[in-house]
Design a protein around this ligand. Sequence first.
Ligand SMILES: *Cc1c(COP(=O)(O)O)cnc(C)c1O
Length: 385
Amino acid sequence: MSPYPARAVIDLGAISDNVRALDDRSGAAQVMAVVKADAYGHGLVPSALAALAGGATWLGVAQITEALALRAAGVTAPVLTWLYAPGAPLAEVVTVGVDVSVAAGWAAHEVVAAARAAGVPARVHVKVDTGLGRGGVMPADLEELLEVLMAAQAEGLCVVVGVWSHLAWADAPAHPTVLQQAAVFDEACRTVERAGARLEVRHLANSAATLTDPAMHYDLVRPGISVFGLSPVPELGGPADFGLRPAMRLEADLALVKDVPAGHGISYGHDYVTPAATRVGLVPLGYADGIPRHASGTRERWGGPVQVGGRRLGVAGRVCMDQVVLDLGADAPERAGDTVVLFGDGTDGGPTAHDWADVVGTISYEIVTRVGARVPRTHVGAVAP
Ligand SMILES: *Cc1c(COP(=O)(O)O)cnc(C)c1O
């Protein structure tokens, strides 16, 4: 018996295979596997190693702590980190050879100061807001930022190696903003090169652009969700349509199975009432584990889908902090300890993270990244050395 009654089983072979498929799709461009947010909930270090085994040559993370964790685990591949506030431990980042995104004057000054303190030049990727309206320096402020960076480069304190940006509407490949952003991006790359940078990598594409828009590939693509086998554009195609396989299976062992009479209210508020005498099963996963409370079931409609034996059931009544209830049906064969699957790769007809996303009106990204920290990750499948 497992010491914890639920687990996220991560197929590392699927991650390697997905990266291989993305590498095939991205032609000459290199692949930066984005492993932020604990590798979208899949476990940072094992997932990063599986991605590298599949052919990724770069890793991308939002937070500095994530980048440092990769280095602490012995990962030597190029890593880019891009989200920090003033006072961040940038000297540590520079010392361990992690590339840093810079999008503001204060950040440029802090990165240069960090390089001076570390005695190692900082490798900088200039992030440009080409139209997402989120991170990135506005094109109008790019020249001023470059003055700081190029002066530091002349002093040997930094090397501007990359220009990058992020798309607002990559999930709608023909969207006019994509072409507009690419045009602004091209102009920004020219500006940076004119200022004296010798660029190693220009990068713009997330999963959606990697899979659907070769014109956005540039030198490096930055897929995240597709590395983990989920589709960034479910309305255009599921994982299999893009040669991907979902890597995470969320499962739990029933903690209780019991018979209840007809008309028995189930869970807080009795939003579900058994229509007939039946057998119910208690699943030891709740909203503290990332099961969305909006996936609660009602009298009219079961909530989030769960595979039990060969049957597709749904959450009966409200999702609680630690548990949900299933109406297994009268004389159901299940016993306490039997394993049920909340989502997996879907190949056996079972539910997927995409199905859960549909139930609660969100995206699969949120379903996998929100799986709670107390749920153990069990990694299976070989990572080729
Ligand atoms: C998260 C992220 C990605 C990966 O996006 P996906 O849609 O998961 O492929 C790429 N670039 C940046 C800047 C990101 O924040």
